[in-house]
Write a protein that binds this ligand. Sequence first.
Ligand code: EPZ
Length: 431
Amino acid sequence: MDRIRIVGGERLYGTIPISGAKNAALPLMIASLLTRETLTLKNVPRLADVNLLARILGNHGVDVTIAGKRTGQRHSDGQTFRLTAEEIVDTTAPYEMVARMRASFWVLAPLIARCGRAKVSLPGGCAIGTRPVDLHLTTLQQLGAEIELEGGYVLARAPRGLTGAKVELSKVSVGATHNALMAAVLARGESLIEGAAREPEVADLASCLIKMGARIEGVGTSALWVQGRETLYGAEHTVLPDRIETGTYAMAAAITGGEVLLEGARADLLEEALQTLRSTGVEIEERPTGLRVARNGGGLGPVSVETQPFPGFPTDLQAQLIALMCMANGTSQIRETIFENRFMHVQELARLGARIELKGDTALVTGVGAGGLRGAQVMATDLRASVSLIIAGLAAQGETMIGRVYHLDRGFERIEEKLSQCGAHIERLSA
Ligand code: EPZ
């Protein structure tokens, strides 16, 4: 099993290209199930989750091809995927596949919308919380699907197709909004999705669906109006840049006290997180090619933050912020409101010398100052938790060795390469 070795203490200087967003690429790939024609996706990141989803879609009958390198393309440019679901040969998503990646549960909506039936395994628990799927199921029921649960599977049927309706989401859910959108675009008549998630990845899916022929209004708001269509068509769409990768590298630069250009990053996708970073004393400047992030010499101030659905501070940057605040002058309060068990990184950060007290859903992080973090052996527990260990390792004295890095490969493209090009001492050790 691969491990990552970091020798901390180097400031980061240079340019880091920001990849396409994992959490946009996955639903966009799933949207290919909605049409017989080819969906071309550009700027797809090179990630384990993307490859796994390509295999899962292949099982339903989707042909997935990846274009080779073209003249003028750089090593860091995203991939171009062509996905064609001319015929859906299998409407079952088996446990072995869905259990490995929760987002694959989202095939439920396009399968039932297009084929009138689907059998999809329940995703089961996950390291960051219970993560139920009740909202996904009630959404589909509101659109006329009959749902049964049997042997750990969701059996969904709509023999005469789905019917447009008012869909009310009682809690903000990114996945349930993706599901509702993908079902409503092929339903008969109009739908109104109220309480929709406003995350940029939802808006990216909606823009792609519009290119495929869907009629959607209210994109980017919590009320999405959809006029269903009988057929959708092929289209070409570029995946938006990854706001979580952007925030992660901004915090990596901030903890080391360096200066980096996050190439291709868009400030409008993470205003609240950038504002939080600015409040700690980090300089952030929008440039035509991306975002410049610097902390030259100044100390870091503590923060009081709670995670919230977009446009609030994202839960997917909570672990990274805790790592950064280990170097702040004072005590920060970081409250997690989205997932009830998303503090697995705390005990690993403690192994590096972090002073973090957990009080229910709130982490109180007391900065340990320069030299306070010391390298150690630690273990990645989930995707964002593992990258928080990298951020802390970059600032820790001596060697940090991170195990179970397959979690990182799910969501961060070539992280050790991107960081070492900016001067970090980081390498992957393959067992
Ligand atoms: C998406 O997960 C992301 N995953 C997550 O990123 C992200 O943390 C999360 O949204 C919140 O922003 C992808 O996009 C692939 P939710 P999702 O439904 O859609 C509750 C990462 O690290 N809920 O918005 O599964 C749920 O338990 C991952 O990249 C219900 O109660 O999250 C949570 O408390 C981790 N019933 C809240 O809603 C439901 O039916 C928000 O979850 C569905 C969700």
